[in-house]
Design a binder for this molecule. Structure first.
Ligand code: ATP
Ligand code: MG
Length: 220
């Protein structure tokens, strides 16, 4: 059996790029000839909705991976989902909603191999991301079998800005997150990353995420 990896994209902060990076990571793994599928556990169904749109343009046969919807209800159903995900060959990616305190989500974090946490260098986002890390730490204390590696992905970085004070702040932030997991190479704010779909990965998109994703693939 190919190695099984359950990877959750999460942060209670909205709009940081969970769904975007989840789709891009699936596209990137498919491009690398890895087995991958996505389970969309967000009520907004961002990814499942994107797949529906893509099916109006592309053929079903052209789809590089499956997208499945899952409605989060109770922990028992989530545990069953994680157990069946463990039987799958390759990577199973989970896009998650922002309401991370919900009981039904706990087994997703407890049984994940890796949790990918996109964040932006912006006060409110850093506060929420910090709180989210505390939530994960509390879950870990309650469920010591939790073994997920945390990957912090600085996302939507505008490299044209960055005064020396800002650059200091970015570095200080990364140092704090490094105590809880690994900080990946940064993903820039790029127009091409706003035009993603679940069928194909453009070369410009690949270039934008390759450093961060190669790092995760190597370490996860
Ligand atoms: N690196 C990037 N460059 C440019 N735009 C980006 C980038 N990452 C995300 N975005 C844009 O930011 C917005 C929010 O992204 P996305 O929906 O992936 O966030 P999310 O964390 O899944 O949000 P939610 O909490 O609502 O589920 C989208 O419009 C997306 O196109
Ligand atoms: Mg989302």
């Amino acid at each position: 059996m190919a190695k099984n990896k359950k990877i959750v994209f999460a942060n209670q902060k909205g709009g940081v790029g969970k769904s975007t990076l989840c789709i891009l990571f699936a596209n990137y793994l498919a491009y690398k000839k890895q087995d991958v599928c996505i389970i969309d556990t967000d009520l907004q169904k961002t990814i499942a909705g994107q797949r529906t749109k893509d099916l109006q343009i592309f053929e079903e046969n052209d789809m590089p991976y499956e997208v499945q919807e899952f409605d989060v209800q109770d922990p028992k159903m989530m545990k069953q989902l994680m157990d069946s995900a463990s039987e799958v060959d390759g990577y199973v990616l989970f896009d998650s909603p922002g309401n991370v305190g919900e009981d039904g989500l706990v087994p997703m974090f407890v049984n994940a191999d890796a949790i990918i946490i996109p964040y932006e260098y912006e006060d409110k986002c850093l506060d929420s991301t910090g709180t989210f890390v505390q939530v994960l730490t509390a879950i870990q204390q309650k469920f010591p079998q939790m073994k997920a590696d945390l990957f912090f992905v600085p996302n939507k970085i505008d490299t044209r800005i960055g005064t020396s004070d800002e650059i200091k702040m970015w570095k200080a932030t990364d140092d704090i997150f490094s105590k809880f997991g690994r900080v990946t190479p940064r993903v820039g704010s790029r127009a091409t990353l706003k035009r993603i779909n679940t069928a194909e990965l453009l070369a410009t998109q690949r270039d934008a995420v390759a450093a961060a994703f190669d790092y995760i693939i190597k370490k996860a």
